[in-house]
Every structure is written in C-alpha cells, then in structure tokens.
Design a protein around this ligand. Sequence first.
Ligand code: BDR
Ligand code: CA
Length: 303
Amino acid sequence: MKLIIDTDPGIDDAMAIAYAVAAPEIDLIGLTTVFGNTHVHQSSRNARFLLNKLGLDIPVAEGAAYPLGSDTHAPSEHVHGPEGFGDLTEILEIGSNHDLPAAEFLVEMARIHKGELVVCAVGPLTNIANAMRLDPEFTGNLGQLVIMGGAVFCSGNITEHAEANIYHDALAADEVFSAPPDTVLVGLDVTLKTLYETADFEDLARRSPDMGAFLRDISRFYLNFYREVGGLEGCGLHDSTAVIACSHGSMFNMVETGLRVETEGDRLGATQPDPARSVVRVCRNVDGAGVVRLFTERVASLP
Ligand code: BDR
Ligand code: CA
C-alpha cells in the first residue's frame, strides 16, 4: 500500500512513522507536515530527523503553519515538549523540505497513484482541506483517507467536547467531512483503548536498541502528561492506531455515519453525527491488545 502520513511530530506521531517504516505491507512514499503539536517548521525538522534515523530517503513536504479559520493555537508543548520530542531539545536539522508545499504534493501524488494512494492524517486537517480546495479531483483520486481525530461517542481530550487534531482546525475538519473521500475516522473512541505502558516501552527498547530506545526516551514526558492529567498509566497509541487501521481494518468495529464539526462556541471542535452528509466509517471499537501487540512486533524489528 502506498502511504503518505500527514503529521505534526509529536511523540505519538514519531511512533506512527516508525511503525509505518517497519510494516511490510506499507510503502511509505512521503510525509507532509502541519502545525499542531509543534510549529510547522519543528514538525518538518522532526520528520526529517526521524526519517534519517530510520534510514529512509523520502520527501517531507511542509504544509500549513496556521488553521484555515481565524483562531490560532499555541503548540501542545505541555503534551509533547518544547520541540515536540519530550525532553529532547537538541534535534538536528537534516536535509531540506521538498520543493512543493504539502497540499500540492498531496494533489500530485494522488494524481500519479490514482485510486491507490492512502493518506493517513494524524494532525489538524488543514493540508487535506487545502488539497481538496486546490484540486476538485483530489477526493476521487485518493484510494482512502484515514484520519486520527475526533471523539464521536466519547468525551474529548483538549476540551470536554473536542479531540485535539479536530479542535486545532475545526473549519478544515468540517470542510473535509462535508464532501469526504472514502474515509475512516480513528478517534479517541478507539485510540484510548490502545494504551502503551512503561513496561511496553521497556520491552520495545530492549528489542530495538536504537529506534525502540529513542521512542522510549522521548515518551517519558508524554507518559508523565497522561499520568498527571488523565490519571492513566500509559499513553494512547493515537497516531499508530490510525496507521494500523490503514491495513488492518478487521481489527476495528466501524459504524457508518455522516459527520459535522462545531466551528464555534463552547463545543468548538466537537465531531457529531449528521445524517445529511456523506458517510464516513467511524471506528467505534478496537482490539486494543491486538493493536499494542502488532505495534510492538513491527517496531521491535527495527534496529
Ligand atoms: C492527537 O493529538 C496529538 O496530540 C497527537 O499527536 C494525536 O495526533 C490525539 O488527540
Ligand atoms: Ca499527531
């Protein structure tokens, strides 16, 4: 499967990228970056750093620095650390970004790999909405869009009503859901059922002394956030779960519904069913232990 991850690395984004590189059925052909967990230039630098560490030479196309609407949001430093990788603050600038901006790169790749390309969006949906605005054929050219975002049947994580990726650009998310491609939504409804605990990171680091240990080290900060704010002894494998859904749909229980997103007021970023809109497959349940196992097996195969 040809895959592009649209991402804001970010600790769980780093885990998802490592998983995609390790998964034999995935041909990762590029990363597009977006603001969110970090400023976009930090997302791009972190993406290039990771790819270099993973030994993969593929394009990183930088995307949106701000949401479509007027609201801007500070990076989630309290969740992902000041540079996006927890306590790690010295991150080398390696290589440079692709010539095309993210939305143009997505449009171009979808055209070249018509019907085959899967885009897994694990940050705010600004680049996806921009690609849809740029090319009316983008939606039809895509094989599938898999989104990490939303909290359709459960509470949010950034507010009571909203999940962070959707909240950070509610307008873009609503635009995507107003005329969605073939789309699977992997929201908090399932990603909080895939908790990765300290012992899982230790096991991963033992089996993969370079990449696994790197992920364990940057995740300490993230695990502390989960412990202090959520009282949880593990972090959600949010973005990895979405990448896993790209190829292992049978591990998920999905319901079909149209969706709309609140774009203002107290419920900003809430994702709610709207029968008048084209259907999206919303993941409602997951084999959480299976996702955790699969993640570890694959990432442990990396050096
Ligand atoms: C999502 O928000 C970000 O903090 C994570 O990287 C993930 O994509 C979870 O709500
Ligand atoms: Ca993310």
